[in-house]
Ligand binder design. Structure first.
Ligand SMILES: Nc1ncnc2c1ncn2[C@@H]1O[C@H](COP(=O)(O)OP(=O)(O)OP(=O)(O)O)[C@@H](O)[C@H]1O
Ligand SMILES: [Mg+2]
Length: 258
């Protein structure tokens, strides 16, 4: 069982779109997948057609008041399960700081699921801030997957998130954290986008997934219909890109240390 945090402190770079669609495509390939929505905005939850439910989120388990396993809901997709988000998560910042070991609360909450290897893959959709939810996700994860928009300023953000991972490793919160890969999102065929990809490849080489996600209107529309792209437009460019990413993800060699 592998836990992957989909993280980037920058907002609107495709974290949720990638978490939802990569999870769905890996489930389609027959793996048992859990998607955990850690963003109080609950975009991944509603994007899969699920209404936020009172008292059903990672909030209670992080506070030590409930079991994570009891928060798991089925989705309309075979092999795909979700722990939805709700607004309670917005309070976790304040609540956890009051408690001890607030960086590793989620890691602890995952221990029973790890012990029984309940899923093949667990994806954590992180919110766009450097707060307690994101650091808990990075502490709980085996690997971090970073979606990056194909634009120049993305590179600064990348250096920053890699720095945060190093800090967490050095602080002992997650000594084994590794970089699963970088997914380039919202790609438009322009010189600028190609230059950015080439530049990142120069610095990070193999870490970039070869499957680049194009910018398509369908990918932006699908969540408002509560559907992943392979249900909303199964034969389109977006579906093909996320299916290719899922295959590449599953055949990847071992990840690199961050
Ligand atoms: N490949 C794409 N093509 C077109 N639109 C996209 C694509 N990927 C994401 N979007 C749209 O861009 C917006 C931001 O994407 P998304 O919500 O996945 O980013 P995020 O990193 O999760 O954002 P946040 O930081 O707010 O959580 C959304 O409206 C989404 O529908
Ligand atoms: Mg998001």
């Amino acid at each position: 069982m592998k836990i992957i945090a989909v993280a980037n402190q920058k907002g609107g770079v495709g974290k949720t779109t990638t978490s939802m669609n990569l999870s769905t495509c890996i489930a389609e390939l027959g793996k048992k997948v859990l998607l955990v929505d850690l963003d109080p905005q609950a975009n991944a939850t509603s994007g899969l057609g699920i209404e936020p439910v009172e008292n059903v989120s990672a909030y209670g388990p992080m506070l030590g008041e409930a079991n994570l396993a009891d928060m798991i809901l089925p989705t309309t997709r075979e092999n795909l399960f979700i722990i939805p988000a709700n607004l309670d998560l917005a309070g976790v910042e304040v609540e956890l700081i009051r408690l001890g070991d607030h960086l590793t609360r989620l890691r602890k909450a995952f221990e029973p699921l790890r012990a029984e290897a309940a899923f093949d893959y667990i994806f954590l959709d992180c919110p766009p801030s450097l707060g307690v939810l994101m650091t808990n996700a990075l502490s709980a994860a085996d690997e971090v997957l970073v979606p990056l928009q194909c634009e120049y300023y993305s590179m600064e953000g990348l250096a920053k998130i890699i720095g945060i991972c190093e800090q967490l490793r050095d602080a002992g919160a997650n000594p084994d954290l590794q970089l699963c890969g970088i997914v380039m999102t919202m790609y438009l065929r322009t010189n600028h986008a190609n230059q950015v990809i080439a530049e990142i490849q120069k610095h990070y080489g193999e870490v970039i997934f070869k499957s680049v996600i194009p910018r398509t209107i369908r990918l932006a529309e699908a969540p408002s219909h509560g559907q992943p792209i392979i249900a909303y437009e199964s034969s389109g460019l977006g579906a093909a890109a996320y299916r290719a990413l899922a295959k590449e993800f599953l055949t990847r060699e071992t990840p690199v240390a961050v």
